[in-house]
Design a protein around this ligand. Structure first.
Ligand SMILES: Nc1ncnc2c1ncn2[C@@H]1O[C@H](COP(=O)(O)OP(=O)(O)OP(=O)(O)O)[C@@H](O)[C@H]1O
Ligand SMILES: [Mg+2]
Length: 359
């Protein structure tokens, strides 16, 4: 609609009043986002114990429209987490795809079937048409089926019989992979790994948490009683707010230097892609938001380096062999430290340059 051009200002608000209103709106925005995040995390913690940081990573991915790869041993609450997320978001549709070598792309995307009554083809949507999709043991699916998931993950749409259909919004895909079993699996190619926003593991709960799990599940699973705590609209609002989080130019440059450092390291065949820089930037904004901040600090980027970048890096066989023989986590920590030496973080947290200009 065209706006009439007049000499009169659209309203009588002065620029100073407008700036103040914007600032207030901004403060409200971050307060609301922090409240949504707290409600979300507290609710999920009613069923998944002692994993707040990992759940926060999944929420950060959700706030950025990214997808999560959970690499974990069996029985570490991966399925429970995905179901809890779906239950926490009012109106969100959950679905689960168990991958096996005979799973066909159309088992995921859906297909057109001939309706005898209407004498026409009718599209039956597959399980990928849901808000929260859990793809169990993704590396057991054939590359053909994996690539059907790829389009959904990257484009938020699915093409069947030449017709492209949009997926629901928000759309979060959580894929699981067992790091121990290799037999009968099809390891995800680099291009597919790169499409995951982040990779994390839930891991075993601590002793006290495990005792609490036994206690809570004596008469049934707490998931059955889990109520919703946020709406689909809240999640969309979280996404919009994450885009307003401030990142200083100095941090921006350092972030790119850090990603580039992964490319020059001697233990690396292929470093992180540009998608890695993009993901790290978005993830840092979301992470700051979930911490109740309206600006990114270097610690956000340091914290996200491993979950956002490592699965995009191809290490040399000798690095992998050495890491597996000792400890993978330790080897990755050393690699991160080496990258931070190549691209040292700018200043400290107290440095005024990192403060939000409006704060
Ligand atoms: N940190 C945890 N907090 C609460 N419950 C947990 C936790 N870890 C495991 N459990 C419990 O362990 C059981 C198995 O969890 P779940 O079925 O989600 O495992 P999974 O990771 O999906 O396993 P699989 O790889 O075999 O599919 C559930 O009853 C779950 O509640
Ligand atoms: Mg499971």
């Amino acid at each position: 609609m065209a706006t009439p051009i007049t000499d009169e200002p659209a309203d009588s608000i002065t620029p100073v009043e407008r700036a103040l209103a914007d600032r207030e709106d901004g403060t409200d925005r971050f307060e609301r986002a922090s409240d949504i995040a707290t409600r979300f995390l507290d609710n999920i913690e009613d069923v998944v114990y002692g994993k707040r940081d990992e759940i926060k990573l999944v929420l950060a991915a959700l706030a950025c429209g990214g997808h999560v790869l959970l690499e974990d041993v069996p029985g570490t609450a991966k399925t429970v987490l995905a179901r809890a997320i779906a239950a926490t978001i009012e109106g969100a549709t959950p679905s689960r795809i168990q991958c096996t070598p005979d799973l066909q792309p159309t088992d995921v995307t859906g297909l057109s079937v001939f309706d005898q009554k209407t004498r026409d083809f009718e599209f039956r949507p597959g399980p990928v048409f849901a808000n929260i999709v859990l793809v169990d043991e993704i590396n057991r699916a054939t590359p053909k089926t994996q690539s059907a998931l790829l389009e959904a993950m990257a484009e938020y749409q699915v093409t069947v019989d030449g017709v492209t259909r949009d997926l629901p919004n928000p759309f979060l895909l959580i894929a699981t992979e067992n790091p121990i079993e290799y037999e009968g699996t099809f390891p995800l190619p680099e291009a597919q790994l790169d499409r995951f926003f982040l990779r994390t593991a839930l891991g075993y709960p601590g002793l006290d948490d495990e005792l609490k799990i036994l206690e809570q599940q004596r008469y049934g699973h707490p998931l059955a009683d889990l109520d919703s705590a946020v709406t689909l609209e809240d999640i969309r609002e979280l996404r919009a707010s994450a885009q307003h989080v401030y990142m200083d130019d100095v941090i921006h440059r350092w972030l790119v230097e850090l990603v580039r450092a992964t490319r020059g390291h001697e233990s690396v065949v292929i470093g992180s892609s540009v998608r890695g820089s993009l993901a790290l930037e978005r993830a840092a904004r979301a992470w700051a938001l979930l911490a109740g901040r309206s600006f990114v600090i270097p610690e956000d980027i340091e914290r996200l380096f491993v979950p956002v970048l490592i699965h995009r890096v191809v290490f040399t066989p000798s690095f992998v062999a050495r890491a597996r023989a000792s400890s993978w986590d330790h080897a990755i920590a050393e690699f991160r430290a080496a990258c931070l030496l190549l691209a040292p973080r700018p200043g400290s947290e107290e440095d005024p340059i990192f403060e939000h200009p409006s704060s």
